[in-house]
Ligand binder design. Sequence first.
Ligand code: THU
Length: 161
Amino acid sequence: MQVREYTFSFEVFNSIEELTILDSLLLNKAKEATIHAYAPYSKFRVAAAARLGNGEIILGTNQENASYPAGICAERVLLSTSSSIFPSVPIETIAITYKNENGLSNHPISPCGICRQTLQEYEQRQKTSIRLLLGGLEGNIYVISNASLLMPLAFTSNELK
Ligand code: THU
């Protein structure tokens, strides 16, 4: 028997003022986009903004449905949109934020399991890292250098060969 360990490191910034101009601009774009979320059921508006290799910024927001499982998270809306508009342009960084209409937005949220699986595959496809900036409307910001770090022991297309 052996024990294997998985650890990863990420950066924590105290506020948006500590980020680079490019990163703070991206997070602000995500914050602005929370208004476009369709979240009448959860009242939890999530937005993601991606900066692509060609400088474009793409937005995605959560889109809910009266048939709850039909709803889709902001991250996967963003990834599908980016891949549909700029299929061969890599995503460099994604900022993810939220506005909780029933509570606070003062700490980072991180992508759900399905979105982690999806992010992992987009990273594998583009063969370069997707950096994540996670932050609420206020408070700390986490910077994760590589989205796949959130998905240890991922099931990938390699298994299907
Ligand atoms: N949601 C996202 O859009 N992204 C996440 O990473 C977590 C959750 C959405 C799904 C649902 O519309 C609402 O937030 C509450 O779960």
